[in-house]
Design a protein around this ligand. Structure first.
Ligand code: NDP
Length: 504
């Protein structure tokens, strides 16, 4: 249908496809009269507006993303049969970066971990590698995760972020030291997401054609180099624009300056897992490169912006439960909880059939017996009589070729103390020792500032943890705190400590 003026602009319609004659004036009983309830055009517009938002993610609400591809240049076929990882494989992907704590409208230039979550559209279904720009995490037991996230979010009474809550939790959770050290280091405040590494963080499994299992860590090293801001620089940036990362990523891709990452794996023979001095399935630990050297296997490129941010980035739904033959899980407790939690979050946030949305749908065939539910629009199995399983009507069937080799596990089912026998200090020490003098000073200053006006006993409890990482670490933080309080005299008054949450 063409419009009245004879141009080929399409005629405006309702969402039911009915042509609209007037989109400027509501239907009313004259200029001074009230509106008519029958004005379905007005009602449809207002009703749609009321429904424009879906619940934002509880964590990782603020995000930026783009489409791209992964090209495998190395050969790890002896470790995995996954088609996405075979030499020469090229796989389309979409990558969503994010901050963790801020809401959907938060400023980009904040000190926070960055999400680095990739959906690979492989010929064997989607593979979602839902990682971060850090190789470790604050907790190792998922039972701690909701508590940890509460400390990063707003205080229930003040509705403000609370350094007291953060440092209280961290100082009572020594397993957080490794990630806290990374967060407070230069890399905790990147200028944008082209200049960060990505890490799968968890330990995963690779499984080869002979059904042998290897443990694996995935890394994506930025080829743009690392860039970060000081707190002061970031403050000035936020004053200028709250969308610095969106601007940087979108504009770089728009002008053809496509960001690249080198993909690496660290591979551990299955039986080594019992021998390493650290638990290789502990998300607060890395595998030292000296023990398990990174192997270059490919290049990840981002090369296309989303056409519709909401449809492709906001509704993008990743879950570690999307896994392909040749890649598997590990006993990492945090991974096991995320396998449940992410898909559950999307069912709540987007709806039952969220994986049928174009951005989430696999490029390979999908054959399930899921039935009905809100917004079901996918077709029946080719024979509609095959709507249950087992059936005699040529419906899809399981295929034992995709079975994983059994994982040997032993032990007594119990609530084992996850802190017992864990060295929470050695790996943060290795990182601290890597830092040059300038990096250490900035680490101390960043911690001193992030503590704000937390109560003395929490500050001291945390400083004692830093002492155990390295005496210079604890001493440096104590010194930086004295300097910080000297520059901000009002915060050392006892009343301010009582009000620490409110003024954070
Ligand atoms: P290596 O010297 O072989 O590796 C050091 C790693 O540290 C490099 O991957 C480097 O990343 C990374 N790094 C450098 N500065 C920072 C920073 N400010 N924040 C986070 N990472 C940084 O040592 P090891 O493998 O023996 O590990 C020593 C320590 O390095 C670990 O305890 C851990 O804290 C940290 N680390 C280790 C990783 C691993 O997988 N082994 C991964 C990341 C960090 P890049 O190559 O991009 O410069």
């Amino acid at each position: 249908m063409t419009d009245q003026s004879g141009t080929d602009r399409p005629v405006l319609t309702t969402s039911g496809g009915n042509p609209i004659a007037d989109n400027q004036n509501s239907k009313s009983a004259g200029p001074r009269g009230p509106l008519l309830l029958e004005d379905y055009q007005l009602i449809e517009k207002l009703a749609h507006q009321n429904r424009e938002r879906i619940p934002e993610r509880v964590v990782h609400a603020k995000g930026w993303g783009a489409h791209g591809k992964l090209t495998i240049t190395g050969d790890i076929s002896r470790y995995t049969k996954a088609k996405v990882l075979q030499p020469g494989a090229e796989t389309d992907l979409i990558l969503r970066f994010s901050t963790v704590a801020g809401e959907a409208g938060a400023a980009d230039a904040e000190r926070d971990v960055r999400g680095f979550a990739i959906k690979f559209y492989t010929p064997e279904g989607n593979w979602d590698l839902v990682g971060n720009n850090t190789p470790v995490f604050f907790v190792r037991d998922p039972l701690k995760f909701p508590d940890f996230i509460h400390t990063q979010k707003r205080h229930p009474r003040t509705n403000l972020r609370s350094p007291t809550a953060m440092w209280d939790f961290w100082s009572l959770s020594p397993e957080s030291l490794h990630q806290v050290t990374i967060l407070m280091s230069d890399r905790g405040l990147p200028t944008d997401v082209r200049h960060i590494n990505g890490y799968g963080s968890h330990t995963f499994a690779l499984i080869n054609d002979a059904d042998e299992r290897f443990w694996v860590k995935f890394h994506f090293k930025t080829l743009q180099g690392h860039r970060h801001w000081s707190n002061e620089e970031a403050g000035a940036v936020v004053g200028r624009t709250r969308e610095s990362t969106q601007e940087d990523l979108f504009e770089a891709i728009e002008k053809g300056d496509f960001p690249l990452w080198k993909m690496q794996v660290q591979i551990m023979p299955e039986e080594d897992a019992d021998k390493t001095p650290y638990n290789p399935f502990d998300l607060t630990k890395v595998w030292p490169h000296g023990d398990y050297p990174p192997i270059d296997i490919g290049i990840l490129e981002l090369n296309r912006n989303a056409d519709n941010y909401f449809a492709e980035i906001e509704q993008l739904a990743m879950s570690p439960s999307n896994i392909v033959p040749g890649i598997g899980f590990s006993p990492d407790k945090m991974l096991q909880a995320r396998v449940f939690s992410y898909a559950d979050a999307h069912r709540h946030r987007i709806g039952t059939h969220y994986e049928a949305l174009p951005v989430n749908a696999p490029r390979s065939p999908v054959h399930t017996y899921h039935k009905d539910g809100a917004m079901r629009f996918t077709p029946n199995n080719p024979n509609p009589a095959a709507y249950y399983e087992p059936n005699s009507f040529s419906g899809p069937v399981e295929d034992k070729r995709f079975a994983e080799p059994p994982l040997k596990i032993s032990g007594d089912a119990d609530r084992h103390n996850h802190r017992e026998g864990n060295d929470d200090f050695g790996q943060p020490r290795a990182l601290f020792t890597l830092f040059d003098a300038g990096q250490k000073e900035r680490l101390f200053a960043n911690i001193a500032a992030a503590m704000g006006n937390i109560p003395d006993e929490i500050e001291e409890r945390q400083a004692r943890l830093f002492d155990q990482v390295h005496p210079d670490y604890g001493a440096g933080v104590r010194r930086a705190r004295v300097e910080y309080k000297g520059r901000n005299p009002s915060i050392s008054a006892p009343t301010d400590q009582l009000l620490s949450d409110a003024s954070a």
